[in-house]
Design a protein around this ligand. Structure first.
Ligand code: GLA
Length: 726
């Protein structure tokens, strides 16, 4: 049984294969966090220390005991109003504006399987793969109930958390903050790893020591964002890829978020994660409830890569869904960088023909096929096929692409509306705009109000009309601006709109997945601006970045790999000089980098030389062969792109029988010293044969001394190496 309850000490113990999480209901009904670390049996309440800290108040029920304070004790769900002045998870005002609540333990339930969250994406598991705990806390004065949810997936070393707030009272509350979970640490000197970035340079791993005070990252943009990612690692200062204690928190949510890491007056650390609070002012009427998005937690006693493996496995097996959770996705050629808005049906067919000849399996028609869209200034919302531009109906185009032997896919941006569109002219109130205030424009577009059912119904019907009109097997679901002007022209109360808007997006994606179970939906947001576990529940892959420059991609894909599996990372080979950076990188290197993701092309094959066409054919054959290892193997980061000249990684099969190594030289210097790449994940004592050279290596030497890297490699050159266990 992964979840144990000892009634004598009111102790809850959650076991996974290698970790244990423990908390206890204290004498006053508050759940105190005790331990999250290496699996062990026993009671960890011995870790709690009590002292009068002065100005750290005491619960009334503790009488004269000045040593008992929620300002210093580690907790499971700290709330504002309990005398805890650190970052708390819930702040709630009653009708009169009074801030504070005091929820206390009422009951709990343990049941097999993994709980689900109504309207929200969440980790799923078969009944025998997981166990769930729900813990009910009640504030009698307010009639408030908090249900803390815990899911335990023992084989993945994953614990999930969420919380449902319900108003059982008679007055409306206002929620100003509803965080999903925190991890409290009574000791430790930690580094925080976050994944900041910007458009076209997303998710660069950023590691900083935690000092006194609060370090926070988040998105106030209404989507998870390019700028920060809802994923955070906390680790020992000396932790490395393969040593040291580390913890992960990953939010299954695609809206704005907030992550706070606070080192308090006693050098204790609290790591909290949940929804953005700046745009939160949520009224909860009597009888209503709200569910906080889920947080995935994991712990590793042996470094960062193990933590990534836990998250990858969890996302691959318990978050991503549908046919393409396991099956390799088709090798696609996307028209965007090939022709941007400038295409016709015939020009796309010409692309398809050449693509087929190279071994490509699908053609994707990107932006520009609908309404009167000639550039990015118009027509979002008008999802009617521009047959004049295409020169043929969509059905015919798809059929002719199919006849050439390729599948066919399209681009859409369903959450947006252009002011220059039929839809806006008919329903300007469907856009989020504040009456009397000029809205913020971004990419010349406004945001549709997905909190409104009639808007969702209209958009859903428009999408279905397109998908039903032709044989469309892929949909790129894009979002190209941050949300502002959060005002719904239909909502009685604006404080809920952003949350309801996100739930509206999820509802539509869920309906699409149900109606088109074989449709491959690739998430996208100006590249990788909405790259999160929430979207992965609906879209098994997400376009990782609009930056297709292989050298920049090394950094982006390295950062993404901390929390996201390669099967989720949309990656294409594009033309050189690169459209984003102007850099020229050998085609072979571009292939090596894209092959560490979903692999595809984003170019016009007519621009390739004969020799390059040969190289592309070879790349596609190689990727198809390597795909099981790339999509299902364990991923090892073998370098740190922030400081190493070589950037290297490997995929190793779970049984260690084969490995695929990728390496690219980012920076070349004359007469450089020899460098050795120390591999990991190989079976100790085994011998491995390199497929490319026939050389045989002892695994332990590859691990301890390393593999010599070529001295004659030119800048931006690279290689792959397949190692097979003898
Ligand atoms: C976004 C996407 C691109 C492309 C364009 C089309 O920027 O990330 O890949 O689809 O939109 O407008």
């Amino acid at each position: 049984m992964p979840i144990l309850y000892s009634s004598e000490k009111k102790l809850f113990t959650l076991h996974t294969a290698h970790t244990t999480y423990q908390f206890q209901i204290d004498p006053y009904g508050v759940p105190l966090h005790l331990y999250y670390g290496t699996r062990c049996e026993g009671e960890m309440d011995y870790l709690l220390r009590y002292a009068d800290r002065g100005f750290s108040g005491n619960p009334y029920a503790a009488g004269d005991d000045r040593t008992y304070s929620y300002d210093t004790l580690p907790q499971e769900y700290p709330v504002w109003g309990s005398g805890d002045y650190r970052s708390t998870l819930l702040s709630l005002r009653d009708e009169g504006g009074t801030l504070g609540c005091a929820p206390r333990y009422r009951s709990h339930e343990i049941r097999p399987g993994k709980y689900a969250l109504s309207g929200l994406p969440a980790v799923y598991a078969a009944e025998e793969e997981a166990e769930s705990l729900s813990l009910e806390l009640v504030d009698e004065r307010l009639g408030l109930s908090l249900t803390l949810l815990y899911g335990v997936l023992p084989e993945c070393d994953i614990i999930t958390r969420s919380v449902i707030v319900k108003n059982r009272g008679t007055q409306t509350f206002r929620l100003g903050r509803l965080q999903s979970a925190c991890l409290d640490f009574v000791g430790g000197d930690f580094d925080l790893i976050t994944f900041p970035g910007r458009y076209a340079l997303e998710r660069q791993a950023d590691r900083r020591p935690l000092g006194r005070g609060t370090l926070s990252v988040g998105s106030r943009r209404g989507y998870s964002s390019h700028q920060y990612n809802p994923l955070v690692f906390l680790c020992d200062r000396e932790a490395t890829e393969s040593t040291g204690r580390c913890w992960a928190m990953q939010l299954v949510w695609s809206g704005g978020f907030l992550c706070e890491a606070e080192r308090d007056q006693l050098s204790q650390t609290r790591l909290a994660l949940g929804m953005d609070e700046v745009q939160m002012d949520y009224p909860l009427a009597p009888g209503e409830s709200i569910t906080a998005p889920e947080v995935i937690l994991s712990y590793s006693a042996s470094g960062l890569e193990k933590l990534s493996h836990h998250l990858h496995r969890c996302l691959n097996r318990h978050v991503r869904r549908g046919k393409y959770r396991d099956a390799r996705t088709p090798i696609l050629l996307n028209s965007w960088e090939a022709s941007y808005f400038d295409f016709t049906g015939e020009s796309l067919l010409a692309l398809a023909k050449k693509a087929k000849d190279l071994g490509v399996e699908m053609l994707v028609m990107d932006d520009g096929w609908f309404g009167a869209r000639r550039d990015d200034k118009s027509s979002l919302g008008d999802w009617t096929v521009n047959e004049k531009k295409l020169g043929m109906p969509l059905k015919e185009l798809a059929a002719r692409v199919n006849t050439l032997g390729l599948a066919f896919g399209i681009w859409m941006e369903p959450e947006m509306i252009s002011e220059d569109s039929e839809l806006f002219r008919a329903h300007s109130d469907w856009a989020l705009t504040i009456p009397g205030q000029a809205p913020v424009r971004s990419r010349s577009q406004l945001v549709l109000d997905f909190s409104r059912a009639e808007v969702r119904e209209h958009v859903f019907a428009s999408i279905c009309a397109v998908l039903d009109s032709a044989n469309i097997e892929y949909l790129k679901w894009d979002l190209n601006r941050s949300i502002s002007d959060v005002y719904s022209h239909a909502a009685p109360c604006q404080g809920r709109v952003l949350y309801q808007n996100m739930l509206g997006v999820y509802e539509m994606l869920e309906k699409l997945c149900a109606r088109y179970p074989d449709l491959l939906i690739e998430g996208c947001s100006g590249g990788g601006g909405r790259f999160d576990a929430g979207m992965l529940y609906y879209c098994p892959q997400i376009w990782c970045s609009d930056n297709t420059d292989a050298i920049d991609r090394l950094v982006i894909q390295h950062g993404s790999s901390f929390g996201y599996p390669a099967a989720a990372v949309g990656a294409h080979v594009s033309i050189c000089p690169n459209h984003q950076t102007g850099r020229t990188v050998p085609l072979s290197t571009r292939g090596i980098v894209a092959a560490a993701g979903t692999f595809g092309y984003e170019l016009d094959p007519a621009q390739l030389t004969k020799a390059e066409c040969g190289e592309v054919r070879r790349q596609i054959r190689a990727y198809c062969e390597d795909a099981p290892l790339v999509r299902g193997g364990l991923y090892y980061r073998l370098s740190d792109p922030a400081k190493d000249a070589w950037c290297a990684w490997s995929f190793v099969s779970e049984d260690g029988s084969s490995a695929l190594l990728g390496a690219v030289l980012r920076e070349k210097h004359a007469n450089a010293p020899a460098q050795y790449l120390r591999l990991r994940g190989l079976v100790p004592g085994a011998r491995y044969r390199a497929r490319e050279t026939g050389k045989i290596y002892p695994a332990d030497a590859l691990t301890d001394a390393g593999l010599p890297l070529p001295l004659d490699c030119a800048e931006y050159g690279g290689f792959t190496l397949h190692l097979e266990r003898e």
